[in-house]
Design a protein around this ligand. Structure first.
Ligand code: ZN
Length: 298
């Protein structure tokens, strides 16, 4: 390594941010992953994420396996149909709509992992299997540990908390610097979910990945119910976002007010942050070219 100056290799991790000139983001990720800047720019973003996990594994007194050795549990065909499903989608209603509001869960998957202690060693743990103390996973015959904190959920908390704060700050001030750090942390969070189901990740486990999706489906459904109770129609929903149309002839200002309250009610009900994302004057969902009765997004 060079002394007195930095040399950032643009072929691996740093290339992710280089075209945008996102040096503040690379520095931010070096800080949270505890990897020196020059080394970070030469590894992958998954390597940065795993560095955070190893740090907390060490802190929590867990051994770090030299190889991945947590194979998938046996599944019947029916088990796979039930559990291996990804996020929920409300098919868009074909047509043109005015005054539509979009709500979305901020960093939904990482928030679920942090809030519900979802980690490879906490999903279907042995210590809570028989005494009934585990958190029940919606719709699946899985449980989550309530006795130990998970490595992955603990590792995700710092980048998640920082990202939500930066996002809020950028929304208020328009800061370019913090927008950059927000983008870099967003990538770390996106990768954290992928690594849960990645077969070569040291702390990955497919059941933990399925657990996140099961909570996401349950919470999107619950959000839709809360919005419908307040006179909204769901015209589209996908994984972590819903689009709402008024059914009670309220003015745009009143509808904005009501939907902001709905976002707060959802946050209180499910325990992860739902944000009011924006108000569309007009939104259009097109039919498929091949099948005109079917919306293009389904
Ligand atoms: Zn347990």
């Amino acid at each position: 390594y060079l002394t007195g100056r930095f040399h950032l290799d643009t072929t691996t991790y740093a290339s992710l941010h280089f075209s945008e000139g996102n040096i503040p983001g690379v520095i931010e990720v070096a800080r949270i992953s505890r990897i020196t800047l020059q080394r970070l720019s030469r590894i992958t973003i998954g390597g940065a994420l795993q560095s955070i996990q190893y740090y907390y594994a060490y802190k929590l007194d867990h051994l770090i396996p030299p190889f991945k050795k947590s194979p998938e549990d046996f599944n019947s065909g029916m088990d796979l149909i039930k559990s291996d499903r990804g996020g929920h989608i409300f098919e868009p209603i074909i047509g043109v709509f005015d005054q539509v509001v979009e709500l979305d869960f901020s960093s939904m998957y990482p928030s679920l992992m942090a809030t519900f202690n979802i980690s490879s060693e906490t999903v279907n743990c042995k210590c809570c299997k028989d005494d009934g103390t585990g958190i029940k996973v919606p719709g699946l015959d899985f449980h989550i540990c309530t006795k130990r904190q998970g490595i992955i959920s603990k590792s995700i908390s710092l980048p998640l908390t920082k990202r939500l704060k930066y996002k809020e700050y950028v929304r208020k001030t328009g800061s370019v610097r913090y927008n950059f750090t927000d983008i870099a942390l967003k990538w770390v969070l996106v990768v954290s979910f992928g690594y849960l189901g990645f077969k070569n990740a040291r702390f990955g486990k497919i059941e933990a990945h399925q657990t996140v999706c099961a909570f996401a489906r349950e919470f999107l459904m619950r959000s839709a119910e809360i919005a419908e109770e307040r006179g909204c129609k769901i015209i589209h929903g996908i994984v972590d976002s819903i689009w709402l149309k008024d059914t009670e002839n309220r003015t745009p200002e009143e509808f904005e007010e009501v939907t902001k309250e709905i976002a707060d009610d959802i946050t209180k009900s499910v325990g992860i942050p739902m944000s009011w994302d924006g108000h569309y004057n007009v939104i259009c969902f097109l039919p498929s070219k091949a099948e005109p009765d079917i919306p293009a997004l389904s």
